[in-house]
Design a protein around this ligand. Structure first.
Ligand code: 5GP
Ligand code: MG
Ligand code: MG
Length: 183
């Protein structure tokens, strides 16, 4: 019988409560509504998979006509080099030329993913492209990029919950927590 891969034991310490996340999303939604006031139909692009809970809550706070689409990219380094590449695993269904677009990301860490996605989507000539990230770890940045709006700045900790996983677990936690290994 095959055994599941051994995972070190860990506990999750709450860092940001579900209530704080909800309050922050309400405030961010008002800023986004102002920025996109008058847009006929905003294309909200969630980066899979980590942003799926955030985008679901965010679009339900937006009093704007929106269309929802998803983009899945995978980042990988090549070991020794600091050059990172980002591959498209699932492209948008929507053509964004001339459209107003909001990219929704879970965490900006080194910044490679967000900067690549911005470059990629800008090459399709949207009318306006803005970005929002639930979490930002500025101390980890390797590429000079920041989201137009950020939910929370956090220290260099490995976090899970609210859509964000550790080895595909814990996405269903309603809050953001930090992983603490116990062995
Ligand atoms: P980067 O900004 O380094 O290109 O990549 C950001 C991505 O790395 C995030 O979208 C997320 O998938 C992953 N990531 C960064 N920090 C964390 C973390 O603390 N926990 C988890 N689960 N993923 C993280
Ligand atoms: Mg992500
Ligand atoms: Mg992940």
């Amino acid at each position: 019988m095959s055994q599941p891969a051994a995972q070190p034991a860990y506990v999750i310490d709450q860092m940001i409560s579900a209530k704080s996340i909800a309050a922050r999303i309400e405030a961010l939604a008002r800023l986004i509504e102002t920025e996109f006031h008058g847009t006929e139909k905003l294309v909200v692009v969630g980066l899979l998979r980590g942003s799926f809970v955030f985008i679901a809550d965010l679009v339900r706070e937006l009093r704007l006509p929106v269309e929802v689409d998803f983009l899945e990219v995978s980042s990988y380094g090549d070991g020794m080099e600091s050059s990172r590449e980002v591959r498209i695993l699932k492209d948008l269904r929507t053509g964004i030329e001339g459209r107003d677009v909001l990219v929704v990301e879970d965490i900006v860490d080194t910044g490679y993913t967000l900067s690549h996605v911005i470059r990629l989507l800008n090459s399709r000539n949207p009318h306006k492209l803005r970005t929002i990230a639930l979490l930002d770890k500025p101390s980890r940045r390797e590429v000079d990029v920041r989201a137009d709006w950020t939910g929370f700045e956090i220290p260099d900790e490995f976090v899970v919950g609210y859509g964000i996983d550790y080895a595909q677990r814990d996405r269903n936690l309603p809050h953001i927590g930090k992983v603490r290994f116990t062995e």
